[in-house]
Write a protein that binds this ligand. Structure first.
Ligand SMILES: Cc1ncc(COP(=O)(O)O)c(C=O)c1O
Length: 408
């Protein structure tokens, strides 16, 4: 945990603490966002860091929003708190047709400011001070801060490093009377894993047995490679009263800057989450909700295009890493667009490794410790950038490593 905080020190930033709530003092900006900030001061860096896919928002979505903005006098106004009814209906249809999930658009779907707002509202809704939350780890960095913000206790349960799959026995062993929830991201950021259905069903059994909430982060639900399918917990009827599933338009439709996502939960849970949403956001941006509607109603070819471009980039990143096998080991990602590269250098923590790589080779990666203790001795590599960027980053990294930067 300390290493995560050291990113702030590395960036030269100090924070006022006087008068600031304990809740806020104990959280930090994730290293995912800090590394690009540090890089902006170094200059001339190429990024394998933050998960921003290179694609522009598809033109049919942009065109639809422009028409809406010009022609609809309500386009600049708030929508209903849980979101535009036509968008909630379109999501309900999508969930039913594509995922077999029955979701009432009026009571079980809420439109949020990205999946991020849905996730933080979910954690705040179910976690009280001192409650333990299981994070199969390495895990998405912001899940840690969300649990801390709710004054909960993150409990890191390592994934199996040989394939980054869930260690069900370890999860079972971590559950105790203080455990309140499990936060699970599938397909997985930062490892690129797609979890096995058998393990997910076992996880569901554990949640039901011990009365735990499952917060299912499905930001990358569309992004599984090699014709694989992503099994999702969110449609399991036995989890209905303990499931909060969050979804995003950011990656699927290249809409990271529009800030729109949604949550699916039973009405009793969603009603409570919407109190937080009302107090913090009022509603998701109207234009972005309209963009989301255009995305769902329009051609899905853009999603196939993004998936196949990312599949090629994954292969490129893997082949470049294979050429550096003396320096890195990794597990080939099956989903999302990240991988964890384990560097074969002893005695160097991931923050030091990533900062030296940044300053000396001008390549941005994310130190593995930002994703929980199990991420130490790794850097996260995102292959969301263009092939040119990926090649340039690996060319630089190869030259840097050829000079044996860690010789003693
Ligand atoms: C696992 C995960 N969850 C949530 C988010 C945030 O998604 P959104 O842009 O919809 O807020 C991200 C963004 O990178 C992510 O990787």
């Amino acid at each position: 945990m300390e290493l995560i905080r050291s990113a702030l020190v590395a960036s030269g930033k100090t924070y006022r603490t006087e008068g600031i709530s304990r809740r806020v003092r104990q959280i930090t900006i994730s290293a995912i966002k800090e590394m690009p900030l540090i890089a902006s001061r170094v200059g001339g860096c190429v990024s394998l860091g933050q998960g921003i896919p290179s694609f522009p928002t598809p033109s049919h979505i942009v065109d639809a929003v422009c028409r809406f903005l010009k022609n609809n006098p309500d386009s600049g106004k708030y929508t209903l708190g849980p979101g535009m009814p036509e968008l909630r209906s379109a999501i309900s249809r999508y969930l039913h047709e594509q995922r077999g999930i029955v979701a009432d658009p009026d009571g079980e779907i809420g439109i949020t400011v990205g999946a991020m707002e849905a996730l933080s509202a979910a954690v705040l809704t179910v976690v009280d001070r001192g409650d333990e939350v299981i994070l199969p780890s390495p895990n998405y960095a912001s899940h840690i801060e969300q649990v801390l913000l709710a004054e909960g206790v993150p409990v890191f349960v390592p994934l199996r490093e040989e394939d980054w799959q869930l260690d069900i026995d370890a999860i079972r062993a971590a559950v105790n009377s203080r455990t309140k929830a499990i936060v699970l991201c599938n397909p997985h950021n930062p490892t690129g894993a797609s979890f096995a259905e058998r393990d997910l069903r076992e996880l569901a059994r554990i949640a039901a047995e011990h009365d735990l909430f499952v917060i299912s982060d499905e930001t990358y639900d569309f992004l599984v490679y090699d014709h694989g399918k992503c099994f999702s917990l969110s449609g399991m009827p036995e989890l209905k009263e303990r499931m909060i599933a969050t979804f995003s338009f950011s990656k699927k439709y290249a809409m990271t800057g529009w800030r729109v996502g949604y949550v699916f939960a039973s009405e009793g849970i969603l009603d409570q989450m919407m109190k937080i949403h009302d107090a913090t956001a009022i509603c998701a941006p109207t234009l972005s909700q309209y963009a989301a509607l255009a995305a769902l109603d329009g051609t899905q070819d853009c999603v196939d295009d993004i998936r196949s471009a990312l599949a090629s980039r994954r292969d490129l990143a893997c082949s470049r890493l294979d050429a550096l096998a003396d320096f890195f080991g990794y597990v080939k990602p099956r989903g999302a667009y990240y991988l964890m590269a384990r560097y074969r250098v002893r005695g160097v923590d991931s923050m030091t490794f990533a900062l030296r790589l940044l300053r000396e080779a001008r390549v941005i990666t994310i130190p593995g410790a930002a994703f929980g203790p199990a991420g130490e001795n790794h850097v996260r590599i995102s292959f969301g950038g263009t092939e040119e960027e990926i090649n340039e980053a690996f060319d630089r990294m190869e030259r840097w490593l050829a000079n044996n930067p860690f010789r003693t």
